[in-house]
Ligand binder design. Structure first.
Ligand code: PXP
Length: 236
């Protein structure tokens, strides 16, 4: 099972000051240098974290694969067609949400999704659809022509350690099996952290996990002591 790292939160921190630090390109290279097999970024319609310029730079600098998360927006598709990332992951997007809240409703808009992704696939980019663990959505994803699905693990992550953990986990497991039987490749992500990630190994054949928030959060504490120490030495 591979690990794709989502670096959006590095951009969130950078944008808090509007400058260049922390540098998202450097962050991507550190992730790659430590075993990340792909870099994920979500170019949101409101550009709240990753900006167009980041995506153009990332695609030319990183050595692994760029996985561009995007909504069904024509201007973002134009960028995807121009930069040809290795893959895109189509996600639903609401401006008011803090993060992607649910999976894309592919079943309810199959024709729209199919038509939206066709030129991207024809352009040589792999398409993944971020969906909830429901067979109707998996089946629609298959019909759309997408090669991958990414199962939304948010419900499992929220349920971890609670009474409904097993229920949410089994939903993921059976949706993954159903998808693989149809010939779809399966990724998973959202809300995975250092406590709950181990159960992903109980699901056969998951290709890659996309994880962001827990990794960036841990990185803050792994680095905070050293950062304070270094500054203290400088001002002594
Ligand atoms: N996969 C998708 C499609 C996402 O939208 C996100 C969040 O941006 C993630 C994975 C990563 O989620 P988290 O930051 O909770 O690890």
């Amino acid at each position: 099972m591979l690990l794709g790292v989502n670096i959006d939160h590095v951009a969130t921190l950078r944008n808090a000051r509007g400058g260049f630090e922390p540098d998202v390109i450097k962050a991507a290279l550190i992730c790659e240098g430590n075993g990340a097999t792909s870099i994920t970024t979500h170019l949101r319609e409101d550009r709240r974290h990753i900006k167009d310029d980041d995506v153009y730079k990332l695609v030319s600098v990183i050595k692994t694969r760029l996985n561009l998360e995007m909504a069904m927006a024509d201007d973002i598709r134009k960028i995807a067609l121009e930069i040809k990332p290795h893959s895109i992951c189509l996600v639903p997007e609401k401006r008011q949400e803090i993060t992607t809240e649910g999976g894309l409703d592919v079943a309810g808009q199959l024709e729209k999704v199919t038509n939206f992704i066709r030129p991207i696939i024809e352009n040589g980019t792999i398409v993944s659809l971020f969906i909830d663990a429901e067979n109707t959505q998996v089946e629609a994803a298959y019909k759309s022509g997408a090669q991958f699905i990414e199962l939304h693990t948010g419900c499992y992550s929220n349920a971890f350690g609670k009474d409904n953990e097993e229920f949410e986990f089994q939903k993921l497991k059976s949706a993954a099996e159903f998808a693989q039987n149809l010939g779809l490749k399966v990724n998973a992500g959202h809300g995975l952290n250092y406590n709950n990630v181990h159960r992903m190994h109980e699901i056969k054949g998951i290709y890659e996990l996309n994880i962001g928030h827990s990794i960036v959060s841990k990185a803050v504490f792994e680095g905070l002591g050293k950062a304070v120490f270094e500054m203290r030495e400088l001002i002594k």
